[in-house]
Design a protein around this ligand. Structure first.
Ligand code: ATP
Ligand code: MG
Length: 620
């Protein structure tokens, strides 16, 4: 379900508010200033209006010194309203600063948490869902903070104050007013509920339409190949029409509110003015009304509808904001990847057979244990009876054991979906195994700090991903402080230098949309260069050369062999010619190793590998 269709109200308002207040609570002084200014502004508003009564009455009194009183009154009123206006300006400005600051902190925490989440988290969510937390939910919360938070408090003070003061001024009129206010309140409540329902439908329809446009865009080629343009236009028209209808309804309800409220409040005003005027002439229940009293009262009546009207709308806005906040906190509170390891990777040099840790970069690495002992990194990787599944009860690997001795080239072959990529996902601990152990130079990989484990592995993933930026930036991704010479050297080893130089801007050519301006094979060469520049002791290549022609492939291989001399390499390839010279080939079927040996041995065995290999030859 897209998040837009999820509840617009938080499921656990108390908990969300608590977490939200924790963020707000980091700025206690600002909050205090806002509270003072909001109260000041609301009180100034009320007092300014209330003062009409004594001022006008005094002014209307034939015995008073009119001129002097007029100036005093003007200065007093002006001062009250200036204090009110300045307070309002002050709290809205501070609120904007505070809202942006809190939003900035939330976004920062969200992204920082996202970077630590296990891959399994992303397997269970669509990217759209996570993206909408950064956009929709953050917007909703920012909106609520900018508009609703302080206003809600201000409106609340104004409504309470208004009722107290109008009842003090004249209780008979106030009973009439209350009836009108109740009518307005319930109308606004009902209309905003209806508008909200339609807005929700509109947002859902909008999300669906956006999704459709996005798919049509990214799937342009497939759409054209299957001649689906007509169908797409029809489907779009259908969704577009629905969006138009719900959008119309939503706006109809929300725009009906202002005319209704204005009409009712004018009627209220007229009724109160007539009865009030009559009261100034004929007392009722012993109650008289002064000219000043009715003047102040009528201003209150005009002002009163606004906070009542706004209150319900802002309460809705705040609830919407809290619903967004709930999803934001859900992401922030997600459990990060487990990383209990404390063994780190360090550079060493060898001195008479003993290892010494050094700060400078050497080509020798060692694992440093918590007691400071060093174990030379050799690239010995072993699986002992490993069980693994992505989803519970759906085993992918069962009782899998394998070993890769230092400096060996280990190849995995097997049919699609056999579990080859999964094995490499486990070596770098993208996922946690259910049972068994994986060791790296005799150390359980769970004891190694994840960062250091991954630092020791150079990986070319099956699905190449390039980032927006230049070719150079993309190669440097493997080693951020690499020099230009190192970049060129890595590109040469990966045999990418040739094609890069032929691009319009060479190494500075900008890569667009995940490398759309490069061929599939060129993208692979770049990811190989990226892994090569990292110069890691162990390399994992998952179909790294699958889109590269065989001649270029053998050149890449030569470069790679030179680089990887004495280091362990895991290779996965469907094209069996690629792995012929591996030290050990493992044939995988349904998460189990069914054959193991060198190319020669496996051919002699005349088993599955033999069949695969001869079959492949026939295909050639
Ligand atoms: N992220 C994932 N979540 C759930 N199941 C997955 C995930 N990745 C792979 N699988 C499942 O695990 C099994 C093994 O997949 P894996 O990617 O390891 O196959 P493979 O041998 O690399 O195949 P190919 O040759 O097509 O790359 C498949 O049945 C697949 O459906
Ligand atoms: Mg794979």
């Amino acid at each position: 379900m897209p998040p837009i269709l999820q509840s617009k109200r938080p499921k656990d308002l108390k908990d969300t508010l608590k977490k939200f207040l924790h963020y707000l609570g980091k700025h206690k002084i600002l909050l205090l200033i806002i509270a003072i200014l909001v109260t000041l502004s609301a009180l100034a508003n009320l007092l300014g209006t209330y003062m009409f009564q004594p001022i006008i009455d005094n002014f209307a009194d034939p015995n008073s010194d009119k001129f002097e009183n007029l100036w005093q009154a003007i200065i007093l009123e002006a001062s009250i309203y200036i204090v009110g206006a300045l307070s309002t300006l002050g709290y809205t400005q501070i609120m904007i600063y505070l809202a942006q600051k809190v939003i900035y902190e939330l976004r920062k925490d969200m992204f920082a948490k996202m970077e630590t989440l296990p891959l399994a988290f992303f397997d269970h969510q669509t990217h759209g869902q996570i993206m909408s937390t950064y956009t929709n939910d953050i917007d909703m919360l920012a909106d609520a903070m900018n508009n609703a938070f302080a206003m809600l408090i201000s409106n609340f003070i104004q409504i309470v104050g208004l009722f107290v003061l109008i009842f003090v001024l004249n209780w008979i009129l106030s009973i009439i007013c209350t009836i009108f206010y109740i009518i307005i309140f319930f109308y606004v409540l009902n209309a905003s509920k209806k508008a909200k329902q339609n807005f929700e439908k509109q947002q859902a329809a909008m999300a669906k339409l956006n999704g459709f446009v996005e798919e049509s865009l990214s799937g342009q080629k497939v759409v054209k190949v299957f001649n689906h343009e007509e169908e797409n236009i029809l489907e779009f028209a259908k969704q577009n029409k629905f969006l138009k209808e719900v959008g119309e309804n939503a706006l109809r309800y929300s725009f009906s509110m202002v005319p209704f409220v204005v009409s009712i409040s004018y009627i209220n005003y007229a009724v109160v003015a007539i009865i009030g005027a009559m009261l100034t002439i004929h007392p009722l229940f012993g109650i008289t009304f002064s000219v000043g009293g009715i003047s102040a009262y009528l201003v209150f009546v005009r002002q009163g509808t606004m906070p009542i009207n706004q209150f319900t709308q802002q309460a809705n806005l705040l609830l919407g904001g809290m619903a967004g906040a709930e999803r934001i906190f859900k992401l922030i509170d997600e459990e990060a990847e487990i990383d209990d390891g404390n063994i780190t990777l360090v550079n060493v040099k060898e001195n008479n057979g003993t290892l010494i840790e050094v700060n400078e970069k050497t080509d020798l690495w060692a694992w440093k244990k918590s007691d400071d002992t060093l174990v030379k990194l050799q690239g010995d990787v072993r699986f002992y009876n490993v069980d693994f599944s992505y989803y519970k009860d759906k085993p992918i690997l069962t009782d899998l054991s394998l070993y890769a001795k230092p400096a060996q080239k280990i190849a995995f072959v097997g049919s699609t979906g056999a579990g080859k990529t999964t094995i490499t996902n486990l070596i770098n601990r993208f996922y946690e195994i259910a049972d068994g152990t994986i060791t790296y130079d005799g150390i359980d990989i769970r004891q190694i700090k994840k960062h250091d484990l991954r630092q020791s592995l150079g990986i070319v993933l099956q699905d190449t991903h390039l980032f927006t930026g230049t070719i150079k930036d993309n190669i440097k991704y493997g080693k951020l402080d690499a020099t230009d010479d190192e970049v060129i050297m890595a590109a040469k080893l990966a045999n990418a230098d040739n094609f890069i130089r032929r691009l319009p801007d060479g190494y500075n050519t900008f890569i667009k949309a995940d490398g759309a301006n490069l061929s599939q094979g060129q993208r692979q060469l770049l990811s190989i260069a990226r892994a090569m520049i990292a110069n890691t002791p162990v390399l994992i290549l998952d179909e790294a050369t699958s889109s590269i022609d065989t001649r270029t492939e053998s050149l890449v291989e030569k470069g790679m062999d030179k680089l990887m001399e004495g280091r362990t390499v895991f290779m996965i390839a469907h094209r069996l010619s690629t792995i012929k010279n591996a030290n050990a080939i493992m044939v995988l079927e349904h998460g189990k190793i069914i054959e193991r040996g060198t190319h020669k041995e496996l051919l002699e065995k005349k088993g599955i590998y033999y069949k695969l290999y001869t079959g492949a030859l026939e295909l050639d």
